[in-house]
Design a protein around this ligand. Structure first.
Ligand code: HEC
Length: 330
């Protein structure tokens, strides 16, 4: 990573802080995560996904315990401490216990099948509480994970009450902590210092989502108000809340909408979409490598059925073209 790259990171982070406004009602009503999680059918798994972890019930109990915390605060990005520091006691709090967890690795998906990989790390909620304080679980907020390569994942805190997640730091089998990300045409990509992984073995919905919300090389985390208000200016919320959420999940880790998003490929999608007709747009999103061989742009949600992928591409197209011209001040 170059110094210039880091500078761009910081600028984008401060833009995000200024532009973010909470829109709790919109998020709760529209999140496909919420709706698909309920209909997810568990798949049979031979062994439990984790060898020692607090139950999901205790995670949601602590979520409601801290739910009275204000939702309007926005916290600066915090560095994730090295894993040795997480294992050590902090004040009167005991150190975090490392866990061995098993996930279906979406970055290694081939023809819709994902191999199981075992990682060593920590329960994500425990790390976040240690780094951000217990208030991070207050509903309506969004966590922002930033990576060395400019990739940004914005994830509603509610998802951490619905699914178990871990911040992992190594493979359990001692092999190099890296992955071949064939979706982005990248080989032997280092995953450290932290890689956010989800307990996807029991959730078809998480499997279908692929690796969009599995940021690796994570160095900092921030909690703040939801970005949905910025993504839905004027009166767009009623029609396009679901599409904006899809953009946040699938596109804004690398690109931007109205100045919001990641630095990996900092394009303003609301601007570039104007140069596409619907068919060209769909073809690019569904099969970028066929349009531009060797591209590192990943195909949209490869784990989903073709009709659903095409429908998402169309919804993104309609939403992005409906956005009013102009982006907010950077
Ligand atoms: C992992 C990062 C990543 C994600 C996620 C991603 N893209 Fe891209 N995108 C790229 C890269 C890299 C390029 C440049 C591709 C090239 O030139 O080979 C690109 C290029 C584009 C372009 C072409 C711009 C132009 O006209 O040259 C469009 C349009 C685009 N992306 C839309 C999207 C949309 C919509 C989504 C969400 C469905 C998305 N991208 C998700 C990395 C990403």
């Amino acid at each position: 990573m170059t110094v210039g790259r880091a500078g761009r990171h910081l600028r984008a982070a401060s833009v995000a802080v200024v532009g973010a406004m909470a829109s709790v009602a919109v998020m709760a009503a529209s999140s496909p995560i919420t709706s698909t999680a309920k209909s997810a059918s568990p798949v049979a798994t031979g062994t439990p996904a984790v060898s020692a972890v607090p139950s999901a019930a205790s995670a949601s109990a602590s979520a409601s315990a801290s739910a009275s915390t204000s939702t309007s605060t926005s916290v600066a990005p915090r560095d994730l401490p090295p894993s040795a520091a997480l294992r050590a006691p902090l004040g009167d709090k005991p150190g975090l216990a490392p866990l061995t967890v098993t996930v279906l690795e979406p970055h290694l998906a081939r023809d819709g099948r994902m191999p199981e990989v075992r990682y060593v790390g920590f329960e994500a909620g425990a790390v976040l509480t240690r780094v951000l304080g217990a208030g991070w679980r207050a509903p309506g907020q969004e966590l922002e994970f930033r990576a060395l390569d400019g990739f940004v994942s914005r994830i509603p805190v509610e998802r951490f009450a619905q699914h178990r997640a871990w911040l992992v730091t190594a493979r359990a089998d001692g092999r190099a902590f890296e992955v071949d990300n064939h979706l982005q045409g990248e080989r032997q990509v280092p995953l450290g210092p932290y890689y956010l992984v989800w307990d996807n073995r029991a959730s078809k919905a998480l499997q279908a989502e692929g690796g969009a919300l599995w940021p690796y090389q994570v160095t900092t985390v921030r909690v703040g108000p939801s970005s949905m208000r910025a993504l839905l200016p004027g009166d767009l919320a009623a029609t396009y809340a679901g599409a904006a959420d899809l953009a946040r999940t699938h596109c804004l880790s690398c690109h931007r909408v109205r100045g919001y998003g990641g630095d990996k490929m900092p394009l303003d999608l609301d601007v570039v979409v104007k140069g596409y007709d619907a068919a060209t747009w769909r073809r690019w999103l569904l099969e970028p490598a066929a349009v531009r061989p060797g591209t590192t742009m990943p195909a949209l949600a490869e784990g989903m059925p073709a009709a659903e992928r095409a429908a998402i591409a169309q919804r993104l197209y309609d939403y992005l073209r409906a956005l009013p011209p102009g982006t907010p001040a950077r």
